[in-house]
Design a protein around this ligand. Sequence first.
Ligand code: ADP
Length: 485
Amino acid sequence: TTDGHAGPFAIPTDLLIGEAWVPAASGKRIDILNPATEAVLTSVADASPAEGIAAVDAAAAAAAAWAATPPRKRADILLACFHAMMAEQEWLAQLISLENGKALPDARGEVAYAAEFFRWYAEEAVRINGELAVSPSGANRIMVQYQPIGIALLITPWNFPAAMATRKIAPALAAGCTCILKPAEETPLTALAVAEIMRRAGVPAGVVNVVNSSDPGPLCSGILHDPRVRKLSFTGSTEVGRILLRQAADQVISSSMELGGNAPFLVLDDADIEEAIEGAMVAKMRNAGEACTAANRFYVQRGIHDAFVAKLAERMGAMKMGPGLESATQCGAMINRQAIDKIEHLVADAVARGAEVRLGGRTPEGAGFFYPPSVIANVQPGSEILTTEVFGPVAAVIPFDDPAEAVALANATEYGLAAYVYTADLKRGLQLAERIEAGMVAVNRGLVSDAAAPFGGVKQSGLGREGGHHGLLEYCEAKYIAVSW
Ligand code: ADP
């Protein structure tokens, strides 16, 4: 796919504004690297802030017709996008692997997950039901209708270049909104390919626009200060989320924020160790740890601790690290050099404070941004890895004695996205799940992501939910009509 012609169509590398792919007026391009080799794959058009506004123009021109398109028709188009995307699963997976570095099995899983948002929201588009009530005074009726919120700016990260785009685009379109997608500058090709698939599947011109930028600040700020824009949905770091929330405040733009996580993974003495290890492998190693839901801190009860650490190190140690496209690879490359630097720093800090390296912990020589699956045990309080997302294949393990202590440790963070609990006692598992400060808790499971479920965080992990019916409502305004009859 590197020459742009191995797929069913040439991968677009320009800006999608309205009906056409157009180059940036400046002629500027952004180089896209293959993280497994550090070689340049290709380049994409670098949009100026004026081109961001041109995308708003296109979204505005398409808005009324799209909002008025019958829900069944919107649903049919979204379902066509689902089938079109699944028909290209293998090709898209290779593209994701090329620009993101992840192993092909992870990439295939991502395409299926990403496509599922089209199917789920095709089903939701025809079920945007309102409410009708008699007012308490009896004087009138209260009618509530859900209307599209308006033009949406969607900003996505590099770790799931397909799924983060469809998780936003699909509910926006189902609700009747038009949008501007601003993918991450590391991984724009997947988003561009998905946009082309959507175009071919019948999404009308201007409903989805895509702009990339090497300098996203001014571009996004321009869009967020355009009075026609009413919605911001962002997935990325808490730091950038705060910047964007401040900008959204200027026009009081509705904001959905999926920000950083620092997921705890609790294993109680009574847990089935094989199941806990299976879950840990998914929670830690899916996407080589580059997920905001990734287990960052393993709190393991004393009685099962040593066996858990030994088995986890054995399983993670058996994983094959390498270029994502090689068929045996289970742990692909990290996104860039800064990612490797951050992991190295967090591991060094933990070791300096007394942690023991049980597996990995050393960056290999050679080209490509690789870091091996690693287990560090006895991580001491105060270690930075306990409060900072490592975003890589490093499991930090900490023993505990009392489950109440584990909950307190789990909650000792500004984040609150995902958490995991393993115990044979379901009642206790559910009690712990209620006490853990997180938007999502998996009990005896290593995976929470599901297009049908509300994904999102509490505390500084974000605002709002994506997926499920909740995800649709983020793109709707409740219109209340008081009526007497
Ligand atoms: P990560 O740490 O995962 O790279 P970032 O928060 O830096 O996360 O990036 C996520 C998305 O936010 C990317 O699409 C990036 O281009 C975009 N982004 C980064 N800085 C800004 C900014 N100042 N304004 C708008 N978007 C930004």
